[in-house]
Write a protein that binds this ligand. Structure first.
Ligand SMILES: *Cc1c(COP(=O)(O)O)cnc(C)c1O
Length: 426
């Protein structure tokens, strides 16, 4: 028995399902999850000593790969000065300035510790600011696991385990969340025509990346902007994945669509627990202590996480990693698609900047929404996952997840990946 297997057995006795976040458990692909011993750059080594090219990268948090020297140094230096004070620090100001400087729609920002917390707080603010209760979200988009946002069709984690919403979410919470299919403006228009005056916010991943990668159809985000304006609802972009990943200014910079509220996480923490929500000044000023909307956190803006996040955003400014990521992603996605095609495996490779995913759809039909993602062959994805795992390449353990590139993925990682895919016959 390997060490991962032994640890997983022990974990299952003391931790529900053996993991602290469901998708880590390999439930969708079968087998024993690999326990990580250490990681560096594009790869990690498991507790049995096997090394894998890693396309999870902490679900996209590690834009510069694992244990990037500048980030490690910043975090350890900060830890030596004390791990948390419960009083403000300079790093929080610098990080807030960096975020607002990169995203013009984010005029003010508040730091929190997880994307879930950020999205949940943005929802509270939207409801308070509009005096309305309802939310509109999209099937297959994930915004963390707060009740309001888990209500229905909440993307990868939930989809992987086939749970419709979740037990424990009250009917009241579920009733206050309306859902529409992603990329379906007509559905949004119909819902808002009927109940638009009750909707506080339309919440959307501007590039859906929790049902595999599903880019917005041309005009979709622009249409949401216009419909929100017409009905007095706020538009909230969840850029927890896309912020500082698809571009320095996120998907809002690429689309030119200006949301009222923005939710950030993952990349801005440099791999540490840090997230943020921000937006229009008149909205953000309604938060306590400048306004009445309560929101707080013992570890919010934690100095170690803030130092790591700042170091990551310093690297963004200094290295401009996006052209390199784009080039790597293009070659890799193209190479994977070519290898599958030459083996006669029908598929659709979806890519948006350094995010991509592979759907095994009939005839290689592209996916536009959650229904399409669900119709893909997930048993086929599980076979691809294990085929690559056996060859030292670690994909997200679910066909509903995005594959994440880091700037540390280079020629040798690409070669290893494409070689592994070349022998996959479906
Ligand atoms: C990961 C994710 C979240 C939740 O962030 P956590 O830090 O895991 O709570 C929210 N929204 C999107 C789009 C995400 O991908």
């Amino acid at each position: 028995m390997g060490r991962s297997e032994e640890l997983f057995e022990r974990a299952c006795r003391v931790v529900p399902g053996g993991v602290n976040s469901p998708v880590r458990a390999f439930g969708a692909v079968g087998g024993i999850p690999r326990f990580v011993r250490e990681a560096s750059g594009a790869s990690f080594t498991d507790v049995d000593g096997a090394t894998f090219v890693d396309y999870v990268q902490s679900w996209g948090a590690s834009l510069f790969g694992h244990a990037r020297a500048e980030i490690v140094e910043a975090a350890t230096a900060a830890a030596r000065r004390g791990s948390s004070y419960g009083a403000p620090t300079e790093a929080e100001v610098l990080l807030a300035e960096r975020i607002t400087g990169a995203m013009p729609a984010v005029e003010m920002v508040r730091l929190v510790s997880s994307g879930t917390e950020a999205a949940m707080s943005a929802v509270r603010l939207a409801r308070a600011a509009t005096g309305r209760d309802l939310l509109l979200k999209f099937e297959g988009c994930y915004h963390g696991h707060s009740d309001a946002l888990l209500a229905r069709g909440a993307g990868s984690g939930v989809a992987t385990f086939g749970i419709p919403g979740s037990p424990g979410v009250t009917e009241g919470a579920a009733r206050d969340t309306l859902t529409a299919p992603y990329n379906d403006l007509d559905a949004v228009r119909a819902i808002l025509d009927e109940r638009g005056e009750e909707v506080a916010a339309v919440v959307v991943e501007p590039v859906a990346a929790n049902m595999g990668v599903v880019p917005p159809a041309p005009g979709f985000l622009e249409g949401l902007r216009e419909l929100c304006a017409r009905h007095g609802a706020l538009l909230a972009f969840d850029e927890v994945i896309t912020g500082f990943r698809v571009a320095r200014g996120g998907a809002q910079a690429l689309s030119g669509v200006r949301p009222d509220l923005t939710v950030l996480g993952k990349v801005i923490g440099g791999g540490y627990p840090l997230a943020a929500f921000g937006g229009r000044r008149d909205l953000m000023e309604q938060l306590a202590p400048s306004g009445p909307v309560y929101q707080a956190g013992t570890l919010s803006g934690n100095p170690v996480a803030a130092a790591a996040g700042l170091a990551a955003l310093d690297l963004v400014d200094r290295l401009d990693p996006y052209p390199g990521l784009e080039a790597t992603a293009q070659v890799l996605a193209g190479g994977i698609s070519a290898a599958l095609a030459s083996n006669g495996v029908p598929h659709a490779v979806h890519r948006f900047a350094s995010l991509f995913s592979v759907f095994f759809t009939p005839g290689g039909e592209p996916v536009r929404d959650f229904e399409g993602a669900r119709a893909a062959d997930h048993a086929g994805y599980a076979r691809l996952f294990h085929h690559l795992l056996d060859r030292g390449v670690y994909l997200p353990p679910s066909g509903y997840e995005a594959w994440f590139l880091s700037s540390a993925h280079g020629a040798s990682e690409m070669e290893r990946t494409l070689e592994a895919v070349a022998s996959f016959r479906g």
